[in-house]
Design a protein around this ligand. Structure first.
Ligand code: ADP
Length: 244
């Protein structure tokens, strides 16, 4: 069958911990250009699913990206296939500037830092990422002085310059101001136009405003899937979120 180059296709995915099945036969298809939100109550299996895709959790079934099977590959090989992830706490180099962080991510990290500081021009991919994530005005600030939201954007920028084609983002707007959330939504839409983006999210307001499609996980299974409006109208979803 024809597979788009950067589409993500998950089939019959299962992850168990000592007999407890955290992901219980999930099928999921994310097309490039989609901005897919993965939601569900705590313990639904969202993080474990992302762990399986990135090679952190042992899984059975199939995870294909860009026509390649990911399951069974070690974490660093999966990363090299263009799959990258952020965590709720951004991991940037606090004592380096924004540009230096991007430089390192782009591969300049192998050079001594003295050389890095002497360079007069930054590569265009770094410039491009700076603009995309809205940090051009802060290019020469120490990353440690950025706001929580700006650090998240920097981390996304670091994935962009690494040519990550599948971005898996864990609650990117947690702790952000309203303005930062809107800016993040716009950023994710821009990124998703050219790459495949999956966002784990708890913020329903954010999901409604920016998701192009939503998969609801519950007890390790896909409970519902569709547009934000469709999943919100799904009685099974309402039951899981509101019913007791
Ligand atoms: P979510 O991200 O949707 O909140 P998780 O994927 O973190 O859910 O967890 C799904 C279930 O798997 C939870 O019941 C959790 O306790 C369990 N789980 C996750 N990781 C492990 C682990 N390493 N060992 C045992 N159980 C785990």
């Amino acid at each position: 069958t024809e597979e788009p180059l950067h589409g993500l296709t998950i089939s019959e995915l299962r992850v168990s911990f000592d007999g407890f099945t955290a992901v219980d036969g999930v099928d999921l298809r994310v097309e490039p250009g989609d901005l897919r939100f993965l939601i569900g109550p705590n313990g639904a299996g969202k993080t474990t699913l992302v762990d399986a895709v990135t090679g952190l959790a042992r899984a059975t079934g199939s995870v294909r990206f860009g026509g390649r099977e990911l399951l069974g590959r070690p974490v660093h090989r999966i990363a090299r296939l263009g799959i990258g992830r952020t965590f709720q706490t951004a991991t940037v180099f606090e004592n380096l500037t924004v540009v230096q962080n991007l430089d390192i991510a782009a591969g300049a990290g192998r050079r001594p830092l003295t050389l890095l500081r002497q360079r007069r021009s930054v590569p265009s991919e770094v410039d491009e990422a700076l603009t995309t994530v809205g940090l051009a005005p802060h290019a020469h600030r120490l990353a440690g002085t950025l706001s929580h939201g700006q650090k998240q954007w920097l981390e996304i920028g670091m994935l962009l310059v690494q040519n990550v084609e599948l971005l898996l983002l864990d609650e990117p707007v947690a702790g952000m101001s309203h303005e930062e959330r809107d800016a993040t939504g716009a950023l994710l839409r821009t990124v998703a136009a050219e790459r495949t983006v999956v966002v784990i999210e708890h913020d329903m307001e954010f999901m409604r405003a920016f998701a192009s499609s939503v998969t609801v996980l519950h007890a390790g299974r896909v409970l519902s899937e569709g547009s934000p409006a469709e999943v919100r109208a799904d009685p099974r979803v309402q039951e899981v979120y509101l019913g007791h």
